[in-house]
Design a protein around this ligand. Structure first.
Ligand code: FAD
Length: 373
């Protein structure tokens, strides 16, 4: 069967869903195809919490933070759902460029204040604070399990078609469009479209490798990340989101630690971007034991509000570029959104806006996201 479409979004994770919403809002005829079902746990956008951590000082990201806060508000208005719980974010430790972050945020009108560690420890007694403490009250937790259906529902309300259990198995690019082969329970279908938006997460390199001659983007490293939800031991403790940046002489750390409270599930804590490299189609979903033991040691030492021996491991993928900046670019009829390197969720609606701008030729993406960098 041959079908002619306008814009096909490949991948119904956070970024594809946001792109579909933004393109549908601009009156484009959008078809989103997703290989798995709604709410699947095989990629990077499942679960009830992600930090909206404003801890950036690079100007493009700082501008995207401010725009992101406004667009999450807009999505909450349109969907009637609370998606961002403003618990505040606290970044602490000798690392993390906290002085530069504070200056950049203040310059952009986003609140940031340094607190004395003892004072912070009184406010948030579930956490033991380290040296310098930067509090950012505009930050909080986003809920992917509510946000993705909201994006898709609103896109559908504006005429988009969302097809789950539909996989792109072949991908040809021409000057004036693309041809995709889709596989679903209904069989194989050949689709021609004016444009494709490739937001395939950990599968991006595989997808783009199907294009004869390939599509050149920075090398993507897919890792299986394994934070854990620790059982709350102090029921009265109040929890912000947090990031802890070690000093050069800190022993037994794999990376900075991020964390937050997931209501009903516990306190999430995790290492950042150090999981084993995986093929997204051949994962074991099992935690690496040494990293897990080190994470428990971290909780024992720095999270007095949790039980370090009672936890639930989580499995999820990062797709990381060499410089940890995203890939947001257009190559002919193909728009690419990839390489979110474990820090993309907070920017989801802004990424949707940038991908729609690229698809409609409205404006280019910031240079740091160029595929040819
Ligand atoms: C453990 C963990 C913690 C994180 N914490 C934070 C945080 O606190 N703050 C923050 O801002 N970010 C955080 N992130 C990062 C954030 O979650 C990701 O950047 C974001 O979810 C990436 O979304 P995506 O749409 O690119 O990828 P995905 O959600 O993986 O979506 C890609 C989709 O494409 C589909 N697909 C792939 N190939 C095909 C094909 N051929 N045909 C059809 N469909 C296809 C896949 O099935 C998948 O659904 C975290 C990530 C992880 C893993």
């Amino acid at each position: 069967m041959n079908t002619v479409l306008d814009t096909v979004v490949i991948g119904g994770g956070a970024m594809g869903s946001a792109a579909a919403w933004e393109l549908a809002r601009r009156g484009r005829q959008v078809t989103l195809v997703e290989q798995f079902g709604p709410g699947h746990k095989f990629g990077a956008s499942h679960g009830a919490t992600r930090n909206f951590n404003p801890g950036y000082h690079q100007p493009d990201y700082v501008a995207m933070l401010a725009e992101g806060l406004a667009l999450w508000d807009e999505l909450e208005q349109e969907s009637g759902e609370q998606l961002l719980a403003r618990t505040g974010i606290v970044n602490h430790g000798p690392g993390g460029d906290l002085q530069e972050v504070a200056a950049a945020l203040t310059g952009a009108g986003i609140s940031a204040e340094f607190l004395d560690p003892a004072e912070a420890g009184e406010r948030w007694r579930g956490i033991r604070f380290d040296q310098q403490v930067l509090h950012m009250p505009d930050g909080g937790q986003l809920n992917p399990d509510a946000a993705l259906p909201a994006f898709q529902r609103l896109a559908t309300a504006r005429g988009a078609e969302i097809r789950h259990h539909t996989k792109v198995v072949d991908f040809l690019v021409f000057d004036d469009g693309v041809r995709l082969v889709l596989e679903s329970a209904a069989g194989t279908e050949v689709v021609t479209a004016a444009q494709a938006v490739a937001t395939a997460g950990g599968w991006t390199q595989k997808l783009l490798a199907r294009v004869p001659g390939g599509v050149r983007i920075p090398k993507l490293r897919v890792t299986q990340e394994q934070p854990a939800h620790f059982r709350v031991a102090d029921a009265d403790a109040v929890w912000p989101g947090f990031n802890h940046y070690p000093g050069p002489d800190y022993q037994g750390w794999y990376s900075p630690v991020y964390g937050m409270q997931t209501p009903g599930e516990g306190i999430k804590a995790g290492w950042h971007g150090v999981g084993p490299v995986v093929d997204p189609d051949r994962r074991d979903f099992l935690p690496e034991q040494k990293q897990l033991a080190a994470l428990q040691d971290y909780a024992r030492q720095w999270l007095p509000g949790v039980d370090p021996d009672s936890f639930e491991a989580i499995s999820c993928t990062y797709t990381t570029t060499p410089d940890e900046d995203f890939v947001l670019d257009r190559i002919g009829p193909v728009v690419i959104g990839a390489g979110f390197s474990g820090h993309g969720f907070k920017f989801t609606p802004v990424v949707g806006r940038i991908l729609a701008d690229l698809a409609t030729g409205t404006r280019p993406a910031p240079a740091i996201f160029r595929a040819s960098r």
